[in-house]
Design a protein. Structure first.
Length: 392
């Protein structure tokens, strides 16, 4: 397989392949740029799609230039948004940025990564500098963006600051003299602005490469922390494995394609196998990528022991009676569930209880059940994946 064919795998758009071939033929390491705005402290499995493509360039001998958008995060990327993002403080952005490097280095090679913060150059621009940059873009061009166009037609407010965002991101490419810039499909407009600004500056235009957006666990919307349909890069190996096993069979094929570059032929061959076996293989592959192969194999054995053979997991979180009983010797089972900290909300715990999805020491719990302080540990199970112990 040629280098171009390797790079093409897992991509949506390349602008343009001819330019990419010319750059690859220069015989020097290329500067491959990726920007990430620290608007939240945690990254998701969705972010690994583009990080994996950046790692591929590292493995081919090129330089990964990771831009931590500590300045642009305070503006807020409007891509794909139907409303103006809330403004973040400098302190909030700095706190979020602290966690980024540990997470991205689960995918990237630290020795081949150049880290830059765009406040280095954007933070020192004068008002005159900003006006010169703004002159390079027209309102008409901005309204070519699908999200801006929809908001304009529906008379939804668009902040002038949001118009500045693509220019700010594009200016990063000018400063860094990027050869290639990567991003999700929702970033195509911003990346093309970078090409235009480089051309205006007399530079060779960067090649733009976009990758698909990963669908969330719900199988409907883009993976996002705010929607709760995500696998976090900081999730435990148990959480990662369990979440992958929870997705639908249809979504499983999409994950194989987007995360691991499986071809149509590969997927057709896998469809001849039992879907459960293929999903286990996917869960092992994702867990190994975010943790390590040993933990992935351990979680597979635990999963098979619990779900295939009806055994309890070897390790469970432990909570004391005092933590959940509110000082009483007998409490409703819902009180224990709600105070356990294991559920997104008491409402969610109640829903599982009403559906008969909660067991206490193997006995199905009812909403009316009262639990007395135990003489020895009690094992609680909620759904298929959640187990914890309550100690006396």
């Amino acid at each position: 397989m040629s280098i171009i064919e390797q790079i093409r795998r897992g991509t949506d758009t390349i602008v343009s392949e001819e330019e990419l071939e010319k750059k690859l033929g220069k015989g020097r390491p290329l500067r491959v740029k990726l920007g990430a705005d620290p608007t939240k402290p945690d990254l998701t499995l969705g972010h690994t799609v583009v990080l994996q493509k950046l790692r591929q360039f590292q493995d081919l001998g090129h330089i990964a230039v990771l831009i931590i958008g500590d300045f642009t995060a305070r503006i807020g990327d409007p891509s794909g948004k139907s409303a103006t993002r809330p403004e973040l403080s400098k302190e909030e952005v700095a706190e979020n940025a602290k966690t980024y490097l540990d997470q991205v280095y689960k995918i990237l090679d630290p020795q081949k990564t150049e880290i830059r913060y765009n406040s280095e150059w954007l933070g020192s621009m004068t008002f005159e500098d900003s006006l010169k940059l703004l002159r390079k873009m027209t309102v008409a061009r901005m309204l070519e963006r699908d999200d801006f166009s929809k908001r304009f037609k529906s008379q939804t407010p668009i902040s002038v600051v949001e118009f500045v965002y693509p220019l700010s991101q594009g200016y990063d490419s000018v400063v860094l003299k990027a050869d290639i810039e990567l991003g999700g499909t929702d970033q195509l407009f911003n990346l093309l602005v970078g090409r235009q600004l480089q051309k205006d500056d007399g530079q060779e235009e960067q090649v733009v490469i976009t990758v698909p957006l990963l669908v969330g666990l719900d199988g409907v919307q883009k993976m996002s922390k705010s929607l709760g349909n995500y696998i976090g890069l900081n999730d435990s190996s148990k959480e990662v494995f369990g979440k992958v096993m929870s997705i639908s069979d249809d979504l499983m094929w999409n994950y194989w394609e987007v995360l691991f570059y499986k071809t149509d032929e590969d997927i057709e061959a896998m469809k001849a196998e039992h879907p459960m076996d293929v999903k286990k293989s996917l869960a092992v592959a994702v867990t190994a990528r975010l943790h390590d192969p040993e933990k992935a194999e351990y979680e597979l054995k635990q999963f098979e022991a619990v779900f295939s053979k009806g055994k309890l997991p070897e390790k469970m979180d432990e909570i004391t009676w005092d933590d959940v009983s509110e000082g009483e010797s007998t409490v409703p089972v819902l009180t224990i569930l709600g105070n356990s900290g294991k559920f997104p909300s008491r409402k969610e715990a109640k829903r599982l209880l009403q559906q008969g999805a909660v067991k206490v020491d193997g006995e199905k719990a009812t909403p009316e059940m009262q639990i007395e302080k135990p003489a020895q540990e009690l094992v609680f199970q909620a759904g298929k994946r959640l187990f914890f112990k309550v100690l006396p």
